[in-house]
Design a protein around this ligand. Structure first.
Ligand SMILES: CC(C)(COP(=O)(O)OP(=O)(O)OC[C@H]1O[C@@H](n2cnc3c(N)ncnc32)[C@H](O)[C@@H]1OP(=O)(O)O)[C@@H](O)C(=O)NCCC(=O)NCCS
Length: 265
């Protein structure tokens, strides 16, 4: 089979590599041709194939015969724009699943999606059309990922969570169980969603907050009176229980007392 890959940057080459592995596993032929508006024509550094022109050339190659289209870009809006641009090309979109992905029973993966090496989709999960599940992502039981949504590497989507259409979930982000992320939302790298989030907004941090909302102010490291009182009480107890015992207060490092709520800041 000839595959017409839309995009030729690093992500497209990862998808192409995964596709080639998938073909090897199936024992089928795999020839990759790349199209990109911004990458010049010629062989790719990965050796996976050649860039033969811009996306406007896809139609010419489609007319040559049996082939499938491959989505080689990762950002949701770019994916949607390419699918729209090539709407007139009557070829199916390949679903690319690297053989090193782990996929459990009753997992539905729709047309044009990409599941990278090391991803794990456990049971009863559902991926819509043109989803991207990057390296080492986990999508747990009964979770759903909407059309065009992208999980960057190392994202964890917990059980029965739902990721809306077109969401971009940054590297290392976590969405806990049963939480819904609204359509076209962006979660920054390492963000953790512990409650459902409205769509079309950008969130960062742990727990997730709207990027335009300033983070909660941190208190300056003042010593809490209750902590001081506690340490005095312990010191006195020690002194009473053993006359040879050095009071704990005197054993503290010379730099001072570490109070609750300031440690490590
Ligand atoms: C969140 C993100 C989308 C940027 O959004 P943005 O609207 O352009 O925000 P900005 O870059 O203007 O940053 C706005 C504020 O959020 C903070 N911020 C940005 N990304 C953050 C993150 N991931 N975690 C915590 N804070 C973050 C910035 O420091 C800045 O803070 P400030 O206002 O106090 O200076 C981007 O930083 C991000 O994390 N993208 C994920 C990319 C990714 O995972 N790529 C993987 C490729 S394989």
């Amino acid at each position: 089979m000839r595959y017409l890959v839309t995009g030729a940057a690093g992500h497209a080459q990862e998808v192409g590599w995964s596709l080639r592995k998938q073909c090897v596993r199936r024992g089928s032929e795999c020839s990759l041709v790349f199209f990109d508006d911004a990458v010049s024509r010629g062989p790719l550094p990965s050796g996976l194939g050649d860039v033969v022109g811009t996306l406007d050339r896809v139609g010419d190659y489609a007319r040559l015969g049996q082939a499938e289209l491959v989505l080689g870009v990762g950002l949701p809006r770019t994916k949607a724009a390419i699918v729209e641009r090539l709407r007139g090309v009557s070829l199916p979109w390949a679903t690319v699943i690297h053989p090193a992905a782990i996929i459990g029973p009753n997992v539905h993966i729709d047309e044009g999606s990409y599941v990278a090496a090391g991803a794990i989709l456990t049971v009863n999960a559902r991926l819509g059309r043109f989803t991207t599940i990057n390296t080492h992502c986990a999508v747990a039981h009964d979770a759903a990922v909407g059309d065009f949504a992208t999980l960057h590497p190392n994202v964890h989507i917990s059980g029965s969570a739902s990721i809306g259409e077109g969401c971009e979930i940054g590297a290392g982000a976590v969405v806990i169980q049963t939480v819904d992320i609204g359509p076209w939302a962006v979660l920054g790298a390492s963000c953790t969603a512990i409650a459902s989030l409205a769509g079309r907004r950008t969130y960062v941090g742990v727990p997730a907050r709207d990027v335009q909302t300033p983070p909660p102010a941190r208190s300056v490291g003042t010593l809490d009176d209750r902590d001081l009182a506690g340490s005095e009480a312990h010191a006195d107890e020690d002194a009473v229980s053993s006359p040879l015992h050095v009071p704990r207060r005197l054993m503290l490092p010379s730099k001072g007392v570490v109070s609750k709520g300031t440690h490590g800041r």
